[in-house]
Design a protein around this ligand. Sequence first.
Ligand code: GLU
Length: 295
Amino acid sequence: MTDFVGAGRYAPSPSGDLHFGNLRTAVLAWLFARTTGRAFYLRVEDIDTGRSSAESAAQQIADLADLGLDWDGEVLYQSQRFEDYAAALVKLPHYECYCSRKEIAEASQAPHSIPGHYPGTCRDLTEDERMFKRAELIGQGRVPALRLRAGVAKWQIHDYYAGEVVGEVDDMVLRRGGSQPDWAYNLAVVVDDAYQGVDQVVRGDDLLSSAPRQAYLAHLLQLPVPEYVHVPLVMNAAGQRLSKRDGAEVTLRSMRPQEMFPRIAASLSYGAETSQELLKQFRPERLSREPFVLK
Ligand code: GLU
């Protein structure tokens, strides 16, 4: 039995095959954990009930194993964790939000507003206004979203590569509304990282802007804030973030893991055929901060 000091994790959303960029991030998360004496966990982020599937989760887990990654303990499924999210919710100041996506998009186009940020429309409604709006939504078979009543507008985090990062915090959604009330990603991630003892979060740098919000939630819940390591993404030849649209040739559906692994290692500037070979060579400070372009 190994004594681990802390833990890292990889936390894919099971809504399709992992592509080259996802697999590269998984390899990096595994390398960071394994070179620092940490445990490494897999967490299936299947809170989005409309988009997640058990088949996709099983395939992703099989692909990660085929690539030569190993992990500790059982895989954690967010769909099994709703009670803990509900317990965290009651500890956080929050309010019901009745806005539609369209209303929020329109309001956040107003002068001086930050794109995509919630302008606080439902924050200070009177009880009468709430009752009216709630009844209207429920009449349409929908429930209101629940939003954090944030006490700050910004929060600072430290990232291994990006250094000190100050990011915007708004009244983020904690539980989504509509006809399918799902738990929100930011809340679930924070609750689960703490539950699993994760103290090192390695993931794609598209999520760097979420880190201040998540660290603020952890602060409010009196949970430890992990070390953040946001790694560069993979772009396609057209300079766009690699996505499912780039097709099967960037997944393990059309390539054997023995062919994929050396390509991932090469994208990190190493010559290695297997995960164990790469583990011996990996130096985090050598990683390029530029996105890798897959040609
Ligand atoms: N589930 C998220 C994704 O697949 C990653 C979440 C995280 O690493 O915090 O993009």
